[in-house]
Design a binder for this molecule. Structure first.
Ligand code: PAF
Length: 251
């Protein structure tokens, strides 16, 4: 299974391709999940392009599951799956407290509905990926959770359905997120804390109005780290106008 919120791009298609290495039939779900948006966020504006999505998938997906909100959430729905701590601590949780519990809840519902052998999530939402792995372990779900690398535009911008919000001017600046993360990752080898401080400064210099975080964490647990003895990940979230972009990479 490949759970998505639609507005499919080549990154999603690469998740389907990855899934096909492990499974004969692929189910793609397309559902803009209200539970993972706060009231002030972009739920209404989020692109909905079902016809184009179906065309993009062609016959790559054996089943496309595109439920309505009412089909996923009865009017009296009252259950939330919350990963409390572990990889859910900090980062997105500090700035979008709805997001990970909303995503975890719908992922569990989708996995129960489809009962897939494997489900593939993109590294683009790295914290979400680790949270899904954690809940699958904790709840002993019978689905193996796998990941696939972030696909990027030619200038390095991570593919995202939200990139369509960017004006031409913002789009030019957006590519700097990846460039600056690479520079910070290089600096981290000699100065970990300095790299976390330099990242936001550099992002603001090139035109990001607000930086939620640039953080270097253990790549398996997302715990804060003091040195680069174990594999690490640099993760960032920053705003260009009304658009919040996230990116991350291995160090
Ligand atoms: O990554 C996404 O697109 C969503 O958060 C997911 C996993 C489909 C849950 O709504």
């Amino acid at each position: 299974m490949v759970p998505t919120m639609g507005a499919l791009h080549a990154g999603h298609v690469s998740l389907v391709t990855e899934t096909k290495k492990h499974a004969e039939h692929v189910v793609v779900s397309i559902f803009v999940n209200p539970a993972q948006f706060a009231p002030h966020e972009d739920f209404d504006a989020y692109p909905r392009t079902l016809d184009a999505d179906l065309a993009k998938l062609g016959d790559a997906a054996a089943i496309v599951f595109a439920p309505t909100a009412r089909e996923m959430y009865r009017h009296d729905h009252a259950t939330t799956v919350t990963v409390a701590g572990g990889p859910a601590a900090g980062l997105e949780t500090d700035f979008r407290p709805h997001f990970l519990a909303g995503a975890a809840t719908v992922v569990v519902k989708l996995l129960i509905a489809a009962s897939p052998d494997v489900a593939v999530f993109g590294e683009k939402d790295y914290q979400q990926l680790l949270v899904v792995k954690q809940l699958a372990r904790d709840l002993a779900l019978p689905t193996q959770i796998l990941s696939a690398p972030t696909l990027r535009e030619a200038d390095g911008l991570a593919m995202s359905s939200r990139n369509i919000y960017l004006s031409a001017k913002e789009r030019a600046v957006a590519a700097q997120l990846n460039v600056i993360l690479k520079e910070a990752a290089a600096l981290a080898a000699t100065d970990l804390r300095g790299a976390e401080a330099a990242g936001p400064q550099a992002l603001k210099r090139v035109g990001f109005e607000r930086v939620d975080y640039v953080a270097i964490r253990d790549s398996e647990t997302l715990a804060p780290i003091m040195s680069l003895e174990r594999p690490a990940r640099i993760l960032a979230a920053a705003w260009l106008g009304k658009t919040r972009l996230i990116d991350n990479m291995a160090i």
